[in-house]
Design a protein around this ligand. Structure first.
Ligand SMILES: [Zn+2]
Length: 410
């Protein structure tokens, strides 16, 4: 009896020790992830928060009950570098498009100025690093759609001077010189003028962004550009077959020229089951068609668009038409691209405030979960820092170098 009791005691002790070891190693990874995340430059290349600057109910400096981004939540989530997206509907073209883009560029500068205790405007990788060293959030700008230059190459230079650091060559619709992935081909990729615009972007140090463009436009831009390209907010087609995502061949070609795919968190772009269900439930319109309709009804009123999209999604979910999507799909896409082309060519392009987020990544406060998941998946701390922001900074530096070389030629 005593022996049995003794054995029982030994077994209980051994289990307790094992449990303690397991939980301490679990806590150890969580702690390492926290330290890593909050000491890294966490740079997101695509956020549609800019349109919210025009809403009376939104305040960048306060914790807002809706949306995905504001300064308090960025602080909580360790997100310390952000590309504010300049976006207007792709059906607005010509001088009106330039004017509306200028309104948004001004709104970004005014908001950064207003919250200068927390934020500083950045134009270069060095300025992003300096902001980080000062404990400030680096604010950058990307122009989401070539239609906003009003078919005038000189506007590219002016936008560059105002601090625009990437331009997506098209949005949902073809513009005058580039085909979109979600429109009928009109130019067979980039027109000659489009190629000239890409060269001018190289000269101005503006990153060429191939999210949204047709596959042919991507390959044309890749051939013409003297600097690496980015996909500011696209995911992997191998995991979710959406035209807004990149095929493995495209990701390989992008990486071979030093570029980076910045993974988009939109549910329809990361989860095949969800995308198929959404397409079915909307009679084939899909998220792109529904958004196009919402924009038609709401104009550039992001609040109105968000409400319309959200209400429809809630209705379809309540009717049991849409499946749940976990935030872990984001990690799957990072993993897929990293396994395909290496961790040097993957980054984060959430599409916060412009897309429907998966469960568990409801806003930017949840970003540390991605770092922890990557650490648990065996990524080195170095590789994780690159994915969180280092890769984009590397591309920015290359783009800056190419710009200096091209400027020196004339
Ligand atoms: Zn977009």
């Amino acid at each position: 009896m005593r022996r049995i009791r003794g054995l029982f005691f030994v077994v209980v002790c051994a289990c307790a020790v094992l449990l303690a070891v397991r939980s301490s190693s679990g806590d150890e990874i969580a702690e390492r992830a926290r330290k890593l995340h909050f000491s890294s430059i966490v740079l997101d290349t695509h956020d549609d928060t800019t349109q919210r600057f025009f809403s009376k109910s939104f305040d960048l400096g306060k914790r807002n009950p809706d949306g995905h981004i504001d300064i308090p939540r960025m602080r909580d989530g360790g997100m310390n570098a952000i590309f504010f997206s300049i976006w207007i509907d792709g059906r607005i073209m010509g001088p009106a498009a330039v004017q509306k883009a200028l309104d948004q560029i001004d709104a970004v500068h005014e908001n950064v100025r207003k919250f200068s205790n927390d934020m500083v405007f950045a134009r270069t990788a060095e300025e992003v690093r300096r902001a980080h060293a000062q404990g400030k959030i680096a604010a950058l700008m990307g122009l989401e759609g070539g239609h906003m230059i009003g078919n005038d190459i000189r506007i590219v230079r002016i936008f560059g001077d105002l601090g625009v650091r990437y331009m997506t060559l098209s949005h949902f619709y073809n513009d005058e010189w580039a085909d979109s992935s979600t429109d009928k081909p009109a130019h067979n990729g980039l027109t000659d003028y489009g190629k000239e615009i890409v060269r001018e972007m190289n000269r101005q140090g503006i990153m060429v962004d191939i999210s949204h463009v047709s596959d042919k436009t991507f390959y044309d831009a890749l051939e013409v550009s003297k600097a690496p390209l980015i996909a500011s907010h696209s995911s992997c087609r191998a995991l979710c077959n959406h035209v807004r995502d990149m095929s493995d061949d495209m990701i390989k070609a992008l990486a071979a020229k030093g570029g980076v795919i910045q993974i988009n968190y939109e549910k329809s772009f990361i989860d095949q089951t969800y995308k198929d269900a959404y397409d079915r439930a909307t009679g084939g319109a899909g998220v792109v068609g529904v958004l196009g309709q919402a924009v038609k009804e709401c104009g550039n009123d992001e609040e109105c668009i968000g409400k319309a999209m959200g209400a429809l999604e809630r209705k379809m979910t309540e009717e049991g038409k849409l499946p749940h999507v976990s935030w872990e799909r984001i990690v799957d896409h990072i993993d897929h691209a990293a396994k395909l082309v290496g961790a040097d060519h993957v980054g984060l392009g959430s599409d916060f405030d412009g897309a429907s987020m998966p469960e568990g990544l409801e806003d930017c406060t949840k970003l540390p979960k991605i770092t922890e998941a990557l650490l648990r998946n065996g990524y080195s701390e170095d590789d994780i820092r690159k994915i969180l922001g280092g890769n984009t900074l590397r591309v920015m530096e290359q783009v800056e170098r190419v710009s200096r070389e091209l400027q020196a030629q004339r």
